[in-house]
Design a protein around this ligand. Structure first.
Ligand code: GLU
Length: 447
């Protein structure tokens, strides 16, 4: 691995590592790798492994320079590969189905049907435990991630599973009946593993330098918040209801959502998530503020968009999609995706004028008004009396706009994860590390 050249990365297709959201690649590990590649001006080539043993084989054979896949550090892995410094810690957990018998001690694991990911560090933990607890037994499942283990627990095809804490909290959004019973073993560092060869030392130097800087400058904390923190806003109950609606109501609306999304060239999952956030897919929804229909348009916006009947779902979806695309276009041209989409969503909720106010406040406070995480942090000030009197458009419900965008991303994520099996069989894709234009941003006009 050399500065200015290609870095080949092997990863897993999971909600906490790397996945495809609509037509863009995303995920915590993917974003971290992108930042690393940007730092050293490298191009990225991603290889996707379908199980941990396969992933480690790819790395051992030298087909990849490094593995970035939510890998826990272990002695046996350290013997085969070169470990980076840690960038994240996860606590292994024993999980079970709510309502079933909850194990409260290690002894209580004996005699239960336990599943773990084949090749995972949890196999090593259980093997060590078995020394003192010979009746302990488990099944190793050849899968990409612990979601499949949690599915087995949900379907009552296994009693217990062992999974890492962050994976668990994300995947619990999809399978909310699976709950934590207890911790098992110590919290373990996640590391990138590098191939062992004559270049390892130099490569490790680059990697550790990057991790140290990204930790110090808060980049890693920000990615954690972005990828793992946003789930806080949508409650477990909300997810459960969404899942039920996805099963019961979505099939009825999906063809129309796909049709309108295609007409306006947007991802149908984003449109579906917006419509769910607006009205829970209810074409007759209305609120006391006078907004109505599937996309909750005001009378004024509807007539501007040529919507005659706000309760007609097709008209409402078309109106909402057109309005959203207009906002996307009106944003300054040097805002890159995915920030562009998130900022347009905020503008959909709060209005372009208030969003501009928040972007100006962001810039004045030393943040980057082209980046959603920065603007997100300043939006709530629009309702703070110490701040909003200084803005052009005044008071606005900034906190609500943040929740609005977070919820839509959450629902869009849930819709995308449903499609993961499709991506699992997709061939490895080549990804160029394209650098966002905000590096050359022009300053915002001061109003
Ligand atoms: N972090 C685990 C490992 O490196 C895999 C993920 C899991 O089992 O939850 O083995």
């Amino acid at each position: 691995m050399t500065e200015g050249e290609e870095v080949v990365v092997v990863t897993r297709n999971t909600p906490t590592t790397y996945y495809v959201e609509g037509d863009r690649a995303s995920g915590f590990e993917y974003e971290l790798i992108r930042a690393f590649a940007r730092e050293y001006n490298m191009r990225i080539s991603i290889k996707v492994a379908f199980s941990l043993p396969e992933l480690l084989d790819i790395l051992a054979s030298g087909e990849a320079h490094l593995a970035a896949a939510g890998l826990s550090q272990s002695a046996s892995r350290d013997a085969r590969f070169v470990a980076s410094n840690p960038y994240l810690y996860q606590q292994p957990l024993v999980v079970y189905k709510s309502g079933a018998l909850r194990p409260r001690s290690l002894d209580a694991l004996a005699g239960r049907d336990i599943v773990v990911l084949a090749g995972s560090v949890h196999v090593e933990t259980l093997s060590a435990l078995q020394q003192d607890l010979p009746e302990l037994a488990w099944r190793e499942i050849h899968a990409t991630d612990s979601l499949e283990l949690m599915q087995l627990v949900t379907d009552e095809k296994a009693d217990l599973a062992i999974v890492d804490s962050i994976e668990f909290s994300i995947q619990q959004q999809l399978l909310p009946r699976v709950v934590a019973a207890m911790e098992i073993g110590d919290s373990t560092p996640n590391v990138w593993y590098l191939t062992q060869d004559e270049h390892s030392e130099a490569s490790l130097g680059l990697v550790n330098q990057f991790i140290a800087r990204a930790t110090e400058q808060g980049q890693i904390a920000q990615l954690k918040q972005e990828h793992f923190g946003r789930w806080e806003h949508a409650s477990r109950v909300g997810s459960l209801i969404f899942q039920r609606k996805m099963r019961d109501d979505l099939p009825k609306w999906q063809p129309m959502l796909e049709q309108v999304a295609e007409e306006y060239q947007m991802d149908w999952r984003l449109l579906a998530a917006m419509a769910y956030q607006e009205s829970n897919w209810n074409p007759n929804a209305r609120s006391h503020t006078g907004v109505r229909g599937m996309m909750m348009l005001t009378r004024a916006t509807a007539s501007e968009l040529g919507v005659e009947d706000r309760t007609d779902p097709l008209q409402s979806l078309r109106g909402g999609a057109r309005f959203f695309k207009t906002l996307l276009r009106r944003l300054p041209s040097d805002i890159e995706e995915p920030d562009r989409t998130f900022l347009a969503l905020a503008a959909y909720n709060i209005g372009m004028g208030h969003l501009e106010d928040a972007r100006i406040m962001t810039q004045r406070a030393g943040g980057d008004p082209h980046l959603w995480p920065d603007v997100r942090a300043h939006l709530p000030k629009l309702q703070n009396p110490n701040h909003f009197p200084m803005t052009k458009f005044g008071f606005a419900e900034g906190e609500q706009a943040v929740t609005y965008v977070d919820n839509i991303r959450h629902y869009e994520g849930l819709l995308s994860f449903q499609n993961l099996p499709e991506h699992r069989i997709s061939p490895p894709i080549q990804v160029d590390a394209l650098f966002p234009a905000y590096l050359w941003q022009a300053p915002l006009p001061v109003l």
